[in-house]
Unconditional design. Structure first.
Length: 393
């Protein structure tokens, strides 16, 4: 994808700059920010705007309040953390596009920030309502897109506003496009893909997109179960997505034709009723009461050895129930082994970024995206609405 016109070229001094950020960050039950990575990743763009005298009006969503005002999804805790990181107070406009927002934006001085309340409190955001987009656009004179995690959504703030204002990519979006493009445009080979998580039905387009592009696709976690079942293996009491036989069979045939190796687990770490510790079994010898929770020790060695022959790696999704320490070893061992493999390693954002942090394997990657769904769609080569609307450099 072509590089986008960047914020470095934007005329911002003394101007009101609408900045779409992705501050959709996890919080604890008490309302504290549990992971501020997405806020921290936005700081280069925000500091650039401050240093160049912009009057920045920040827009973000948080959670899924369904177009209704819900205090559980207020951006106030985010603003508190952002103010600490910036070293200056950031006020919040409670009404998004109402009188308070208009007056607060008008009072901004050069180098100051204003945060609008959660965009998804207004039904017009997710509906990409033209009237709501127009109201947002009236608050600013320039638009900067820095919410890579939201650019795969055609919402009012990601598509409607940039259609109405001079628009530029923020530093975070520029970096995301630059790094992820290395996976789409002539990746250094051998190119290997490591996928986990669940729901083959949801991830089939992603899996299929790698055929003929990647030399090997390694599949773990619940994502592997339908593939193992297709081989006639009985997986004990492990839940397996139903009615996927023909789809999996066609995918494996297509992989063979495309020359892409599909690597599946040869053993599994399971949970059994009454057993106090996890147990390991070959995939063809699972007891009837066993539930697969992780790839087994032989699979970890094989996965790590296969990835050891790569020059480029893309990873998304855990190889087991990684949030449970008893079943995190597969993901930790395989991802940790990448630290000793020369090359370019990219992790998808969202839950994958959180898993990499929690398992202490972030150093295995040269780049971890801030986007979950956006990163997956980008590496498939799909057009992302929030990027397509921005002018090319």
């Amino acid at each position: 994808m072509a590089a986008k016109r960047g914020v470095g070229d934007a005329p911002v001094r003394g101007r009101r700059v609408l900045v779409r950020v992705d501050f959709n960050v996890p919080q604890t039950e008490s309302g504290q920010i549990a992971d501020d990575r997405r806020i921290v990743e936005a700081l280069p763009t925000l500091n650039h705007l401050r240093a160049n005298g912009a009057r920045a009006i920040l827009m973000s969503h948080l959670g899924r309040p369904g177009g209704q005002r819900d205090p559980r999804y207020s951006l106030r805790p985010v603003v508190h953390r952002l103010s600490a990181l910036l070293g200056q107070p950031v006020p919040i406009a409670d009404d998004i596009v109402g009188v308070h927002a208009i007056e607060s934006a008008a009072r901004l001085q050069n180098g100051q920030f204003l945060m609008l309340e959660n965009l998804r409190f207004h039904p017009g955001e997710e509906a990409n309502d033209p009237a709501f987009a127009a109201q947002l656009a009236q608050l600013g004179e320039v638009f900067v897109e820095d919410a890579f995690g939201a650019v795969h959504r055609a919402h009012a703030s990601t598509v409607g506003v940039p259609n109405r204002l001079p628009s530029f990519a923020g530093l975070l979006v520029e970096r995301e496009v630059r790094e992820l493009s290395k996976l789409v445009e002539n990746p250094v080979r051998p190119y290997h893909v490591l996928l986990g998580g669940a729901k083959v039905a949801d991830k089939l387009p992603l899996l299929t997109s790698f055929l003929g592009r990647a030399q090997a696709v390694l599949i773990g976690g619940a994502l592997a179960h339908p593939f193992l079942a297709q081989q006639g293996l009985r997986l004990g009491a492990t839940p397996v997505e139903p009615d996927l036989g023909p789809i999996v069979r066609d995918f494996l045939a297509a992989a063979q034709s495309a020359g892409t190796q599909i690597v599946l687990p040869e053993d599994l770490t399971v949970e059994r009723p009454g057993a106090t510790e996890p147990q390991d079994y070959p995939v063809d010898r699972l007891p009837d009461d066993a539930i697969s929770r992780d790839i087994g020790p032989k699979s970890r060695v094989r996965f790590a050895a296969t990835l050891g022959g790569s020059r480029t790696v893309f990873w998304n999704g855990p190889l087991g129930l990684a949030e449970d320490p008893r079943f995190a070893e597969g993901s930790r061992d395989v991802l940790g082994a990448l630290a000793n493999v020369p090359g370019f390693h990219v992790g998808a954002g969202g839950d994958s970024a959180r898993i990499a942090r929690d398992l202490g394997v972030e150093s295995s990657f040269q780049f971890v995206s801030t986007g979950g769904g956006a990163a997956l769609e980008y590496v498939q080569g799909l057009a992302l609405p929030g990027l397509a609307v921005l002018p090319d450099a």
